[in-house]
Design a protein around this ligand. Structure first.
Ligand SMILES: *[C@@H]1O[C@H](CO)[C@@H](O)[C@H](O)[C@H]1NC(C)=O
Ligand SMILES: *[C@@H]1O[C@H](CO)[C@@H](O)[C@H](O)[C@H]1NC(C)=O
Ligand SMILES: [Cu+2]
Length: 221
């Protein structure tokens, strides 16, 4: 019966919102049907990452919202991204690791991605170091140029946040992004200035930006 079913659906939503965490924006792979029992599965919880079948939403490389709901009293967030078609590897950090204290909604309105990703498809991945272990969600996205205006749904509950170090989260980033120079960086001198501008424009440089700048710098020697 419909009323009973919607009651169960409401109960399931209530439970999922009060345990673990949810990725509200960009739209998570599982949408509203998130199975929190599978959230400990890397890299995307119960979501099956496959760019050939996933529905992607736009993510603006110069700033877009990442909106989360935490069901725990405290946890650390890693916002990462990859162009890998199955979200299997090659993760780049998009934002400093944040510790949220207090349960509820948390939204960063201006998370950036590498400018050169505009026009490509990939995944935003959230890793959450929670008291009950590491938890994961992903969203399939079209990286597009420009910055998004902050959506009305991007709000914070009365929580506090601070930047922290978390080795368990840093370990989830690809070491290959810090070691392998890309062909374009080693052959094209014109790539360097725009990378440098992007790096200096960031309030807090990410590991990936630092790595790209090192590679670009090495290419100039
Ligand atoms: C990793 O991602 C970068 C873009 O950030 C890409 O240029 C590179 O080819 C990727 N490497 C692998 C092994 O997928
Ligand atoms: C939420 O809080 C974080 C951390 O203080 C802040 O960076 C972010 O801008 C806030 N989000 C909104 C929508 O105000
Ligand atoms: Cu949990």
């Amino acid at each position: 019966m419909a009323p009973l079913r919607s009651l169960f659906a409401a109960a399931a939503l209530f439970l999922s919102a009060h345990a673990h965490f949810e990725l509200l924006q960009p739209t998570a792979l599982e949408g509203a049907q998130m199975n929190e029992d599978l959230e400990a599965n890397a890299p995307c919880g119960g979501g099956v990452a496959d760019l050939s079948t996933n529905t992607a939403t736009d993510f603006h490389v110069d700033g877009d919202a990442v909106s989360l709901v935490l069901g725990h009293a405290q946890a650390n967030w890693l916002v990462r991204a990859t162009l890998d078609s199955h979200a299997a590897t090659n993760w780049t950090q998009l934002f400093p690791i944040v510790q949220q204290s207090g349960q509820g909604k948390f939204c960063e309105p201006a998370v950036t991605a590498p400018k050169e990703w505009a026009g490509k498809k990939g995944f935003i991945g959230i890793a959450c170091a929670a008291p009950d272990g590491m938890l994961y969600q992903c969203a399939a996205v079209n990286f597009v140029s420009g910055a998004n205006t902050t959506p009305a749904s991007c709000t914070n509950a009365s929580v506090s946040a601070s930047f922290v170090d978390d080795a368990s989260l840093t370990a989830l980033l690809s070491s290959s992004t810090t070691t392998s120079p890309s062909p374009s960086a080693s052959t094209s001198g014109s790539a360097a200035p725009s990378l440098l501008v992007r790096g200096s424009g960031l309030p807090i440089g990410s590991l990936a930006v630092t790595a790209v700048m090192l590679v670009a710098g090495a290419a100039l020697l």
